[in-house]
Design a protein around this ligand. Structure first.
Ligand SMILES: [Zn+2]
Ligand SMILES: [Zn+2]
Length: 183
C-alpha cells in the first residue's frame, strides 16, 4: 500500500487519517511458526513534521495463529501494536552526517540512538506502508508462544498434556499432586 505524501510535505502540521479494516488491510506472509489469519488492520494518522519528516501514529491490529511451545496446542491471538514512527526523507543520512560533522561528531557512532538501521524512509513522494508495517509486526511478535502462562507441557510418556486427567503416568503432575484426593 503506497500513500501519496507530496501534498502533505509542502507544509508542516498536515494530517491525514488512515484506516483500513482486516477485510481491506495489508496481507502478511507467514513468518516462522506464525500464520496470519487476516490481513493487517490499521487506524491512525500520518502527520508532516519539520524537515520533511512524516510521523505515523496509530494502532496496528494483527490476528495470528501459532503453536504453544510447551504443549503444541494451537494458539490464536489478536495483537494490538502501538505505532509511533518517524519516517525520514531520502538523503536524511547525508544531512545528519553534515550537521553532526559541524559539531565534530561522528554520526556513525554505534552508541548513537539514531543508528542507521533503525531509520525508516519515504521516497519524497510516497510512503510504502507494507514493508514498514510488516517490520513493525515482526518486531512485536512474542519470542515464545504459550497457550497459558501455566501451561504444564506434554507428558513425555503418553504425549497428553500433563494436566490431562487421562494421563496417569508416573512423571505426570497428577501422580504427586496435592489435589489427588479431590479427584
Ligand atoms: Zn500449552
Ligand atoms: Zn502421561
Amino acid at each position: 500500500m503506497r500513500i501519496e505524501i507530496s501534498a502533505m510535505l509542502q507544509k508542516e502540521g498536515q494530517r491525514e487519517e488512515l484506516t483500513f479494516s482486516t477485510e481491506h488491510g495489508i496481507p502478511l506472509e507467514d513468518f516462522g511458526s506464525y500464520h496470519f489469519t487476516a490481513p493487517l488492520a490499521f487506524k491512525g494518522t500520518l502527520l508532516s513534521e519539520a524537515d520533511r519528516i512524516v510521523r505515523l501514529r496509530g494502532e496496528i491490529i494483527v490476528n495470528w495463529q501459532s503453536a504453544c511451545v510447551r504443549c503444541l496446542n494451537e494458539v490464536t491471538r489478536e495483537e494490538v501494536i502501538l505505532v509511533d514512527e518517524q519516517i525520514y526523507p531520502p538523503g536524511y543520512h547525508a544531512e545528519l552526517n553534515r550537521s553532526y560533522a559541524e559539531y565534530g561528531l561522528d554520526y556513525t557512532d554505534p552508541e548513537d540512538p539514531l543508528g542507521h538501521e533503525e531509520l525508516m524512509f519515504h521516497d519524497g513522494t510516497h510512503v510504502e506502508l507494507d514493508k514498514l508495517f510488516s517490520d513493525l509486526v515482526l518486531l512485536a511478535l512474542p519470542i515464545g508462544v504459550y497457550c497459558a502462562d501455566d501451561c504444564p507441557g506434554l507428558c513425555p510418556t503418553c504425549g497428553r498434556r500433563l494436566d490431562d486427567a487421562a494421563c496417569h503416568c508416573e512423571n505426570s503432575l497428577r501422580a504427586n499432586s496435592p489435589f489427588d484426593k479431590l479427584l
